[in-house]
Design a protein around this ligand. Sequence first.
Ligand SMILES: C[S@@+](CC[C@H](N)C(=O)[O-])C[C@H]1O[C@@H](n2cnc3c(N)ncnc32)[C@H](O)[C@@H]1O
Length: 84
Amino acid sequence: MPKLTAISLFSGCGGFDYGASLSGIDVIWANDIDHVAASAYRSLLPGTEFVIADVRTIKLFPFADILIGCYPCTGFSIAARRKW
Ligand SMILES: C[S@@+](CC[C@H](N)C(=O)[O-])C[C@H]1O[C@@H](n2cnc3c(N)ncnc32)[C@H](O)[C@@H]1O
């Protein structure tokens, strides 16, 4: 059976994506604005194309079966600012 593919937004150091890959999903593309997160991500998932950029500047995304997204919760979290 062919593997499901995924792209990932707000990918950070790759926690979600690493879990997805362990469950057999091929995470083909990921994005985050943070260089340090990118470095950690690339160590964890070296086979994934990782684009360092503000997501708002990306015009085209690769096709995939699944979109993994873990947007910043700072404005919503009870552990943070709670400004929304
Ligand atoms: C909750 S964390 C992601 C956690 C990650 N998905 C994981 O599983 O480890 C949210 C991420 O959004 C990124 N981020 C915030 N604003 C962004 C933007 N405008 N473009 C791209 N990434 C952004 C942050 O750098 C941060 O890594």
